[in-house]
Design a protein around this ligand. Structure first.
Ligand code: LMR
Length: 400
């Protein structure tokens, strides 16, 4: 009965790892998926996460009962404080509802489905380019996806005028997907002054901001600085949605732990919104898993653990920044044609190199370097030992 089923293509990001795993070469290098690696090229479990897990294991009173549909209450409370700030008036006024979801993707999907059910303007504007999963998540949630200009290939920076023009011509009420920081895949973020102009336009036009916050702490190394874009939108008293992920900043990729927050006009609306979110979640996966959320809640609640986390997080962010400098210097040293300064200007996990799909295919074929075909490389997957290999490959790709 399934004879008619055609083979689907691999995912453009996760499929890179599938191809990498099949490669037998000892020099192979995976710079596809955004997953942090140590200088030794190994996945990293943060010390503070191990410590939290140990405490959980030792606590014999812990059980494996179902969580409520909206997840672990302490996790939700701490997640809202993390993104909005502990002194956020919106939290104090109880007009934020936060529900635990399956990492960033699950939070976007639950938010998207809620909007498709309850929000009148079912169009969402996403930046060009954006994370490849965004259009799929929102289309399947029942929203109609349109785009706004974001990245200018000529400057390898922000097309700020294009962005403002496109948002200005969006229909009133349309939803706007914004990357809170460390835009994926470009590594190009608006400045705080530009965020303020974006905010004014969004509020003037009555658009609804939906933030994807997958890299809080990874852009600048500071959790507060990386939340500024979101916080200026909350400070003005208006509504917004935020999807948070702990995959990168706590290294909890496979635990699938994240949160969706909806900032409402008042506590009464927030309560009703939460009741409807439960109706979205229950038939989808019933209730979220307990382990990852327990780790996060413990780390966010305990002062010492929180401080330890910020130090480890800064360590990861600094190592990525150092990789940017090393790659930039290595290309300069090789006299590789072109201006590569965007490698050190862009922020977060990724560099949007400007390499085209043919050059990427060449680097994979000849150098066993794996990356997405749009020329994005995960700087977090590089190390001092592999920088020369990557620089050689880029040099060969642009001079052939
Ligand atoms: C990425 O962009 O590499 C990450 O967000 C991982 C993913 O799920 O695509």
């Amino acid at each position: 009965v399934f004879d008619h089923v055609v083979r689907a293509p691999e995912d453009p990001i996760l499929g890179v790892t599938v191809a990498y795993n099949k490669d037998q070469s000892p020099i192979k290098l995976n710079l596809g998926v955004g997953a942090y690696r140590t200088e030794e090229g190994k996945p990293l479990v943060l010390n503070v996460v191990r410590q939290a897990e140990q405490t959980l294991v030792n606590d014999k009173s812990r059980v494996k009962e179902y969580l409520p549909i909206v997840g672990l209450a302490e996790f939700n409370k701490q997640s809202a404080k993390l993104i909005f700030g502990s002194d956020s008036p919106a939290i104090q006024e109880n007009r934020v509802t936060t529900v635990q979801c399956l990492s960033g993707t699950g939070s976007l999907r639950v938010g998207g489905e809620f909007l498709a059910w309850h929000y009148l303007e079912r169009t969402i504007y996403i930046p060009v380019p954006t994370w490849g999963n965004h259009p799929k998540v929102f289309t399947l949630a029942g929203l109609s996806v349109k785009t706004y200009r974001y990245y200018d290939p000529a400057t390898r920076g922000l097309d700020f005028q294009g962005m403002l023009e496109d948002l200005n011509s969006a229909p009133a009420g349309a939803i706007v997907l914004l990357h809170a920081c460390a835009h994926n895949p470009t590594g190009v973020d608006p400045t705080l002054e530009q965020w303020e102009q974006i905010r004014q336009l969004i509020r003037l036009k009555g658009l609804l901001p939906f933030f994807d916050s997958a890299y809080q702490g990874f852009a600048s190394g500071s959790l507060d600085s990386d939340a500024q874009s979101v916080r200026i939108f909350v400070a003005d008293g208006g509504e917004c949605l935020v999807a948070q992920s702990y995959a990168k900043n706590m290294g909890l990729y496979g635990e699938r732990v994240g949160a969706l927050s909806i900032v409402c006009k008042n506590a009464d609306v927030a309560g009703r919104v939460e009741s409807q979110l439960k109706l979205v979640i229950r038939p989808m996966y019933s209730n979220p898993p307990i382990h990852g959320a327990s780790i996060v809640a413990m780390i966010l609640r305990d002062r010492d653990m929180y401080n330890e986390w910020t130090i480890e997080l800064k360590g990861m962010a600094d190592r990525i920044i150092s990789m940017r400098h090393q790659l930039f210097e290595a290309l300069l040293a090789r006299g590789t044609p072109g201006d590569w300064s965007h490698i050190i200007k862009q922020i977060g996990m990724f560099t949007f190199t400007g390499l085209n799909s043919e050059q990427v295919a060449f680097m994979t074929r000849e150098y066993h370097i794996y990356m997405t075909s749009d020329g994005r490389i995960s700087m977090a997957g590089l190390s001092s030992t592999t920088v020369p290999h990557l620089a050689d490959a880029i040099h060969a790709a642009v001079t052939r």
